[in-house]
Design a binder for this molecule. Structure first.
Ligand SMILES: Cc1ncc(COP(=O)(O)O)c(C=O)c1O
Length: 447
């Protein structure tokens, strides 16, 4: 590290608190100064492949001048106005109309937030409002899943099933329950039932345990992202939809990562032909060029919002931000014109196939999995038993360090290495990712 960069890190440490703050981990941190296409550049001029598209969001890649122009034009015209009932703006109207065309047919009404965690809270409160209006005020509980990630507000954290997010902030908000993830690599189904059905039936058991009259919603990512790119079995979500219908529980799809093309479909549940009652989105809607997220609700919920006898007292200063909506509109042009859905499907299949053929036989690679342009490599101590490495061995972190030496930057969940590069990433760069993963794996774990 250059002296100049060390000095920057020192200044940073004097005054900044970071997400997942951990002073020791930051001592060797990156100071990012530039992005271009699929690459990031740090202060010392070193180029890195952006292996996770920032935090899964920069699907259009860095340095898109169209998005810069859309931002500047809208800031010049109208930088901010209230979005509270009684006020609207041209960009928000156009964006809501457009997402309605793109998403599940029954979801046609949208509320905009600044990001995914606010979308989660908006969903919880909307579900409560909906059931209260229908005369079922006891239906307030949220069921979610282990390894799910839904954000860091206290309620979103309580729905998050990655338990390392909890201990220092507990107690969790009451009324949040979790069921196991369908996790094909690890879920053990009883004899005679498919893994997907057994994992979905965990929801039915939880609803019955809690009492159907107390459960408002089930929250799930179509593919669990931050939890380690967990792709469910093909029969899982169909059964989930049946259970939600049977017990009058809203099915909420957290599409914060999977929305807008990442999985090779525009929205994740399209893979299994079912529709949720509500969606949450953020990240790729603006490709990270502006903080924007939101929820979309189906026509039944919209009707209740329109006719309810109580005002839905839920608001953010930056809801329906005109600049965010303008950036999103331009980004959706890019997604459409450059066929991100097709690109993610094709490039994702290519990357997964290459990673699998290069690494699946490695004695410490338990599984290489993915869907669309999101995938993960799960390292294990014992391939036969699927036993994990002891946390003290820090295998994931060692692989992460080795990839960074070779110019690839991404993120992990323990010893699960996640990859989700920008959708514009050229094939030659995907090849470089594969080579880096193979070299880094062999450097840390041998051949
Ligand atoms: C599925 C999912 N939901 C919600 C969130 C929270 O979004 P934010 O960090 O914008 O609050 C994330 C963030 O990674 C996510 O992956």
């Amino acid at each position: 590290m250059s002296d100049e960069k060390s000095a920057l890190i020192e200044r940073d440490q004097a005054h900044l608190i970071h997400p997942l703050h951990n002073k020791a981990a930051h001592t060797n941190g990156h100071v990012w100064v530039k992005g271009e296409g699929p690459y990031l550049y740090d202060f010392d001029g070193k180029q890195y492949i952006d292996g996770l598209s920032g935090l899964w969001n920069v699907t259009s890649g860095h340095g898109r001048s169209e998005l810069v122009e859309a931002t500047a034009t809208q800031m010049q015209e109208l930088a901010y106005c209230s979005g509270y009932a009684g006020s609207t703006n041209l960009q928000a109207i156009a964006l809501a109309e457009r997402i309605a065309e793109w998403t599940y047919p029954s979801i046609n009404r949208f509320f905009f937030t600044s990001g995914g965690g606010e979308a989660s809270d908006s969903g919880f409160k909307t579900a409560r409002y909906y059931w209260k209006q229908l005369g079922k005020p006891e239906k307030t509980k949220v069921i979610s899943r282990q390894w799910g990630y839904h954000g860091v507000t206290l309620a979103a954290m309580s729905a998050t099933g990655i338990s390392s997010y909890w201990p220092m902030f507990e107690p969790l908000v009451p009324g949040f329950e979790q069921i196991p993830s369908p996790y094909p690599y690890r879920y053990e189904a009883p004899e005679g039932v498919s893994q997907g059905i057994a994992a979905a039936n965990e929801l039915e058991q939880a609803i019955l345990r809690e009492g159907p009259d107390t459960v408002a919603m089930f929250l799930a990512e179509p593919v669990q992202g931050a939890g380690g790119v967990i792709v469910p079995q093909d029969d899982y979500f169909g059964r989930i939809r049946e259970i939600c219908d049977q017990y009058d529980v809203l099915l909420v799809s957290d599409e914060v990562i999977t929305g807008f093309g990442r999985t090779g479909k525009m929205f994740g549940l399209e893979h299994w032909g079912i529709e949720p009652d509500m969606i949450q989105f953020a990240k790729a809607v603006t490709s990270g060029y502006f903080p924007l997220g939101g929820i979309g609700v189906n026509d039944k919920i919209a009707e209740v919002l329109d006719t309810g006898d109580a005002v839905w007292m839920h608001a953010y200063t930056y809801s329906a931000h005109p600049v965010g909506c303008a950036v999103a509109m331009k980004n959706l042009d890019i997604i459409e014109q450059e066929n991100f859905v097709g690109q993610a499907a094709e490039k994702g299949a290519y990357l997964l196939e290459r990673l699998q053929s290069a690494l699946a036989d490695h004695p410490h690679v338990g599984e290489v999995r993915g869907l669309g342009l999101m995938c993960a490599i799960e390292y294990v101590q014992d391939k036969a038993t699927k036993a994990e490495f002891a946390p003290a061995e820090q295998i994931g972190n060692k692989v992460h360090a080795a990839t960074q030496e070779r110019g690839l930057f991404s993120r992990l969940r323990g010893d699960v290495f996640c990859l989700a590069p920008p959708i514009i990433t050229p094939e030659a760069v995907l090849d470089q990712i594969v080579e880096t993963m193979v070299e880094s794996t062999e450097t840390v774990l041998g051949k």
